[in-house]
Structures are given as C-alpha cells and as structure tokens.
Design a binder for this molecule. Sequence first.
Ligand code: PEP
Length: 254
Amino acid sequence: MRKPMMAGNWKMNKTWAESVVLAQGISNRCDDAWDAVDVVLCPPACNLKAVHTVLEFDRRDIHVGAQNCHWEEGGAFTGEISIPMLEDIGVDHCIVGHSERREYFSETDEMVNRKVMALVAHGVTPIVCVGESLAVRDAGTYLEFICNELRADFAGLEPEEAAKCVVAYEPIWAIGTGRTATPEQAQEVCSAIRAALSDLFGEEVASGMRVLYGGSMKPANVDGLMAQPDIDGGLIGGAALSADSFAELVEACL
Ligand code: PEP
C-alpha cells in the first residue's frame, strides 16, 4: 500500500505574514486522520522557516518542502540555496524540475538529475516533475516524451535511491489553466510512468513509489483522479493557496 501524498506548491505567492496565516489555517484543519496522508507545504524559500515554525509549534506532522535547490553544498552560486541550508531549517522535501523552472529558468534534465542525486544523498525527498506540452500531447508522442524525461532525470540512481523519490506527472497544458487532464488521461500516463520505473528499477521499487498528478487539481475533480489505481496524490498549485480547498484535497485522500 502506498501512502497518499498531497503537496501544495505555493509558487511565488504569499508574503511572510500571509504564509504564516495559510500554514496556520491548514494546521487548524489537521487532525489525527491526516496521519494517513503525507502532507507537504512548499512556500517560497524566504518563508520556509516561518511555515516550519508554525507547524512545529502546533506539533503537526506536516512536512515542509522547498520549490527548488542547488546541487552543490555551498560556494559561489549567487541567488541559490543549498540542500544543507534547507535541511538546517527543517525542510525534508523539495520539488525538482517543475515545468515553470524548465521553461523560464532553462532547467535541463541534466540539472534535474544532479539535484535529485544530491537530495537523495542528503535524505531530502525529491518530488520530480515530468510532463508534456500541448504540442507534444497533440503530436501523440507524450508517453515516449515523458518516459525519456524520467530516464534522464533518474539517470545513475540505484533502485534503493529511486525508491526514496516521488514523481509528479504534470501535463503543462493543465497547469494553472483550469483545464484538468481527465482521470483516464492522467491514469494512462501515471501507469506508463510506473511501467518505466519498473523497467529502470524493478517491479518492487516501482510499485512502492508514489506517482502524483498535478494540473488544476481541485476539490471538484479530486475524487475522480484519486480513484485511479496509479495516482497516489497531488501536487497542487492554485488550490493550495486556500486552507479550505487544500484541506479538502487532503481529506479526499482519507
Ligand atoms: C503546479 O504548479 O504544480 C500546479 C499543478 O498548479 P495548478 O494546480 O495551479 O495547476
């Protein structure tokens, strides 16, 4: 049995005070039943510590994740944040290879791969995003595209290292657009991802890894998506910015 995961990607939203209010709102909705789900909040980097402090004060078993990291331990990388720095403030998850980073910040599969390797070495869980553009979907080559991305992002990992990672399938055409993949479309790709993971790391590892769906997931469509056998949770953008809607998504996993 795979434990579901709901991860909220706040992107470049919420000031320090707003982050505290949102974390507090989510914390207030959390009860013992939430132990059945891995809940991860990914605020902007400058608010990671504040969110961690709120959750720690409330003694909530809710994880804090970064939206990005650098693979080097430290040094002359202006503007970057290292994994030891994240660990130091209680971060135990990190989104890697989000399509917005690939598109706007020229993040390549090679960079994603270096980040995944470094995170695993530190014991921080990478949430590795893969997904196709509308052009690739319309061309009908999306399964091949996504499996190639996956192979490149996980290159060189041992099965026991891959087992510590989470994959998020995020069709780019569904992110922030209000257009969600149908449960069948999402299941087709998540099942192909699991098959590709099985080819790479073996059936046992693949069947234990969480594959999330991301792309306009919200309370109105979560049930159909979560009913799919290969969808183990969500990576949530817009709907993670309200405590009520994010809590509803967590509760849909129970
Ligand atoms: C995301 O950015 O990872 C995402 C899925 O965003 P949204 O839920 O807003 O589509």
